[in-house]
Design a protein around this ligand. Structure first.
Ligand code: NOJ
Length: 577
C-alpha cells in the first residue's frame, strides 16, 4: 500500500458546471467484471484491461462499487478501511492506474461511499466495543429493553427487522448492550449525530477527491439521520417491523448532506453526487436535489423497482404482477416533480436488482434482443442521467438458480432461512429468489464464448450464466444489430442532441397497456419515442401522437419505421422538426 497517489492518478478531467446532466454512467461491480489473476474474483487490473471497451461504448463516467478493505460479508459494502483497497481487488497503486486510464480516455470515476455503516472489523468499531472508549458514541449502543435479561429473547431495544432479515440489534457480551445494524450484524450503523464521526467521514472523502475521483455514489444515504428509536406495529404473523420505517429520511438528513457538501466542496468542485435513497419520496428527493440547497445532484428512488412487490406485503420477495400503466405513471410522477427543480437518475437495474431484460422485458430467445433495446430506448428518452449496469448493454439475463446452494448473496441466504423458519413453502421461497435475488445481477460479465465467458481463467466465485455462448461482448461487438450497438447509438444521440438531455418531458397515452410513448421538446425541436412494451403486436392510435410527416428516424429497433403497427418490443425515436 502507498498513501500518496502516484503521479499518474492526478491526470484530471474537466468538470464544467452540471456536466453530469449530459453524462451516461456505467456501473462496475468489481467482483464480477474481469479477473486478471485467475482467482475467480474480478479485480482492479481486470477492469483496467477493459477500458477500451468502455470508451468504445461511449460512457462518460464509471461508478465503481466498493473495492475498499473489507471482510466481504456483504461483498465490500462492509468496509474495514476506507482508505485502502482490499487485496482481493489489488492495491491502491492499481486504483491510481485505473483512475489515470479512465481520465486519459475522458471518462470520470465515481466511488461508492458507504458511510451509513462500517464493518464490525473497522478500527472505529473495534474501539467502540469498549464502553469506556471515546469511540463508544460513534455507533448506536443501547441497553436491553427494560425488564429483560441482556441477550434474552425479546430483549432487543426495539422490534426492528434488519434489511437482511432478523433483528436490527446485535447483542454484545462484553458490555451487555446491543448495537444497531440496519443490514448484517457485521455492518454496525455509524452515529451521525456525533460531529466527530461526520468530520472523519468528510476528511476521508477529501482524501479521495485529492486522489482524483470525480464524485460519489452514496450508499443508503437517507438512513444516516435516524428518527426516534422506538417500536413499530408488526404485520400480522410477524414479530418485527422493517427498520426503514424508522430510519429513512430522518430529521437531520438535509442538514447532514448540506454540511457534507460544504466540507468536501462537492458543488464547489463540480463533483457528481448520487444518493441511494430507499424509501425516499418525491418530496425528500426534491429537497435533496434542489441546487439551492447544495446537497446532492440526484437520488436513486426505489419506487419503480418496488411495483412488482405486493403493496403492504412482507417485502421485495413478496411478488406481484407489474402493470405497464403503473410503471409509466410512477416514472412520469418523478419526471413532472423534478422538471423544474432537481434532477432524476434513470435506472432499470444494478447489483441489487434482477436483470432488467428478465424483469421488465422478455428474455426468451425470440424477444431478448429487441426487449433489451426497447428498455434502453425508454430509459434514455426520459429526462435525467442514465445508469447502465455492467452487462445490461449486452442484454444479459437472470440466471434462474434452482437450489439454495447456488446462491452467495447474504440477503438471499438470510431471507431463505428466515422465510423457511416462518413456515413458508420452499418452492415459493426459491421461486421468489430466482426472480428477485441480487445474485441474478452478479453473475460474471460475459466477455466471449471461451470458458467462463472470458471472465476468469480460474473458477468463478459465482457461476457464469450458461447463455454466455451466444450472449457475450465479443459477439455483440461484431454484430451491428446487437444490443451493444443499440446502447452505443443511444449514448451518441445524447451527446449529439441537447434535446435528449434538456428537453421538456411529456408522457402520452398513460393508460395504454402496451405502448409507451413520450415527447421531449427543446425550443423548436421535438423528439417522439414510441415503444411497444410487450411481446405481442400493438398499434399506436395515430390521433394520440404528433403528425409524423417529414419526421426523421433517429434510432429504431426494426426496419420498417413508418407503420403504426409495432412488432413485439419494437421502438423508434423520431425527430419531428
Ligand atoms: C445498498 C447497496 O447497494 C447494497 O448492495 C448493500 O447491501 C446495502 N446498501 C448495504 O450497504
Amino acid at each position: 500500500m502507498t498513501s500518496e497517489p502516484t503521479q499518474a492518478a492526478v491526470v484530471s478531467v474537466d468538470r464544467p458546471t452540471d456536466w453530469w446532466k449530459s453524462a451516461v454512467v456505467y456501473q462496475i461491480y468489481p467482483r464480477s467484471f474481469a479477473d486478471s489473476n485467475g482467482d475467480g474474483i474480478g479485480d482492479i487490473p481486470g477492469i483496467t484491461s477493459r477500458l477500451d471497451y468502455l470508451a468504445d461504448l461511449g460512457v462518460d463516467v464509471v461508478w465503481l462499487s466498493p473495492v475498499y478493505a473489507s471482510p466481504m460479508d456483504d461483498n465490500g459494502y462492509d468496509i474495514s478501511d476506507y482508505q485502502d483497497v482490499d487485496p482481493m481487488f489489488g492495491a491502491l497503486d492499481d486504483l491510481d492506474r485505473l483512475i489515470a486510464g479512465l481520465h486519459e480516455r475522458g471518462i470520470k470515476i465515481v466511488m461508492d461511499l458507504v458511510v451509513n455503516h462500517t464493518s464490525d472489523e473497522h478500527s472505529w468499531f473495534i474501539q467502540s466495543r469498549d464502553p469506556a472508549s471515546p469511540k463508544r458514541d460513534w455507533y448506536w449502543w443501547r441497553p436491553p429493553r427494560p425488564g429483560f435479561e441482556p441477550g434474552s429473547e425479546g430483549a432487543e431495544p426495539t422490534n426492528w427487522e434488519s434489511a437482511f432479515s432478523g433483528s436490527a440489534w446485535q447483542f454484545d457480551e462484553r458490555s451487555g448492550e446491543y448495537y444497531l445494524h440496519l443490514f448484517s450484524p457485521k455492518q454496525p450503523d455509524l452515529n451521525w449525530e456525533n460531529p466527530e464521526v461526520r468530520r472523519a467521514i468528510y476528511d476521508m472523502m477529501n482524501w479521495w477527491v485529492d486522489r482524483g475521483v470525480d464524485g460519489f455514489r452514496m450508499d443508503v444515504i437517507n438512513l444516516i439521520s435516524k428518527h426516534e428509536l422506538g417500536d413499530g406495529v408488526p404485520l400480522p404473523g410477524r414479530t418485527r417491523v422493517s427498520c426503514f420505517f424508522f430510519t429513512a429520511n430522518g430529521p437531520r438528513l438535509d442538514e447532514f448532506l448540506a454540511e457534507m457538501n460544504a466540507a468536501v466542496g462537492l458543488d464547489a468542485r463540480n463533483l457528481v453526487t448520487v444518493g441511494e435513497m430507499p424509501g425516499s419520496t418525491i418530496e425528500t428527493a426534491r429537497s435533496a436535489t434542489d441546487p439551492e440547497n447544495h446537497e446532492l445532484n440526484m437520488v436513486f428512488t426505489f419506487e419503480h423497482v418496488s411495483l412488482d412487490s405486493r403493496p403492504g406485503g412482507s417485502g421485495k420477495f413478496d411478488l406481484a404482477p407489474l402493470s405497464l400503466p403503473a410503471l409509466k405513471k410512477n416514472l412520469n410522477e418523478w419526471q413532472v416533480a423534478l422538471a423544474e427543480v432537481g434532477w432524476n437518475s434513470l435506472y432499470w437495474d444494478n447489483h441489487d436488482q434482477p436483470r432488467a431484460v428478465s424483469r421488465f422485458g422478455d428474455d426468451s430467445s425470440e424477444h431478448r434482443v429487441n426487449s433489451a433495446k426497447t428498455l434502453a430506448t425508454v430509459q434514455h428518452m426520459h429526462r435525467g442521467t442514465p445508469y447502465i449496469y455492467q452487462g445490461e448493454e449486452l442484454g444479459m439475463t437472470n440466471t434462474y438458480f434452482s437450489s439454495i446452494e447456488q446462491y452467495r448473496d447474504i440477503e438471499s441466504l438470510r431471507y431463505h432461512s428466515d422465510a423457511l423458519s416462518l413456515g413458508m413453502e420452499v418452492e415459493t421461497v426459491l421461486h421468489s429468489l430466482s426472480v428477485k435475488s441480487r445474485d441474478n445481477a452478479r453473475t460474471p460479465m460475459q466477455w466471449d464464448d471461451s470458458s467462463h465467458a472470458g471472465f476468469t481463467e480460474g473458477i468463478p466465485w459465482l457461476p457464469v450464466n450458461p447463455n454466455y455462448l451466444t450472449v457475450n461482448a465479443a459477439a455483440e461487438i461484431e454484430d451491428p444489430n446487437s444490443v451493444f450497438h443499440h446502447f452505443r447509438k443511444l449514448i451518441k444521440l445524447r451527446h449529439d442532441h441537447p434535446v435528449v438531455v434538456y428537453g421538456r418531458f411529456e408522457l402520452l397515452l398513460p393508460d395504454h397497456e402496451q405502448i409507451w410513448t413520450v415527447t421531449r421538446t427543446l425550443d423548436d425541436q421535438v423528439l417522439l419515442m414510441i415503444a411497444n412494451w410487450s411481446s405481442q403486436l400493438a398499434s399506436v392510435p395515430p390521433e394520440a401522437i404528433p403528425d409524423l410527416t417529414g419526421a426523421q428516424v433517429l434510432l429504431a429497433t426494426h426496419e420498417d419505421s413508418a407503420a403504426l403497427e409495432l412488432e413485439p418490443w419494437e421502438s423508434r425515436i423520431y425527430l419531428l422538426s
